[in-house]
Design a protein around this ligand. Structure first.
Ligand SMILES: [Zn+2]
Length: 275
């Protein structure tokens, strides 16, 4: 998966910091595309010397390099640099660079969507001690938004429940859906599998998680088993395909960047899936 970048490490710890020439500035356009230069699979971002006049916030560091986000919507277009959609760079660039871009995108989306207080409409300011925004007028504190969602590998004997979405991503997928307020992740698993395919499940077991995506989400992967009647009643609004597929017949996605693909792959290759 993209976040598997050992021995590199993303350090997301927040602190107030001033930019220097050695730092990196990440910049997005209003459509959420990131400013990059591509060079044989490596991405270059703008460096700190060009960020001094911009409104910046410290994001994270990777290894010895610090990354800042520009919250300005104007300027800094450079020779050789273009705004790229994250889905475009995802399949062609180094996981380390893509992980930086996705994590920055999540934070950019949150900062951009939260410029004013939802209670009193005053302008928000950066919190001095933690990753948060605060309202100087009514003291409202706004924390980063993360939407939890589940990915579910439903097993029946030697088969996995494979789906394809009605719109968007075209390749094989698993059951997926967002957690509702007041619901445990395990309950989301039961509900989403029932809603999308009419299948009851048992023995829900955690697998791994994926901390990046385009929907301000964290994906939580579970395996489980079909319980009783295995006849699929597909939700045709969400899916165009849902079937029990034997291990050897599972068609994987074109690369192994996503949690969904890793889950399909470990089942297909009979690796141990419960740890
Ligand atoms: Zn307020």
């Amino acid at each position: 998966m993209i976040q598997d970048i050992y021995p590199s490490k993303l350090d997301i710890t927040y602190h107030l910091a001033e930019i220097t020439d050695d730092d990196i500035v990440l910049k997005f356009d209003s459509d959420g595309r990131i400013l990059v230069r591509e060079d044989a699979g490596r991405l270059s971002f703008t460096n700190g010397s060009e960020g001094k006049d911009l409104q910046l916030v410290y994001l994270f560091s990777m290894d010895d390099r610090r990354y800042f986000l520009s919250l300005d919507t104007t300027g800094t277009d450079k020779d050789g640099y273009t705004y790229k959609d994250l889905r475009e760079i995802r399949d062609t660039s180094l996981p380390k660079d893509v992980f930086i871009a996705f994590t920055a995108y999540h934070l950019w989306r949150w900062y951009t969507d939260n410029r004013f207080c939802g209670r009193c409409a005053d302008r928000l300011v950066f919190h001095e001690k933690e990753r948060a925004l605060r309202c100087p007028k009514c003291r409202n504190i706004i924390y980063p938004r993360i939407n939890p969602a589940v990915i579910v590998g439903v097993i029946k004997d030697d088969c996995l429940l494979i789906t394809k979405y009605r719109s968007g991503y075209a390749h094989s997928a698993l059951i997926a859906g967002f957690t509702e307020i007041g619901e445990t992740l395990e309950e989301t698993v039961h509900r989403e599998v029932m809603e999308e395919t009419g299948i009851r499940v048992k023995n829900v077991r955690y697998y791994k998680s994926q901390p990046w995506g385009m929907a301000q989400d964290i994906l939580v992967g579970f395996f489980c088993e079909a319980d009783g009647d295995d006849e699929i009643k597909m939700d045709e609004d969400e899916l165009k395909y849902a079937a029990w597929v034997r291990r050897e017949d599972i068609e994987l996605q074109p690369n192994n960047l996503s949690l969904t693909n890793e889950m399909m792959k470990v089942f297909k290759e009979k690796e141990k899936i419960y740890v």
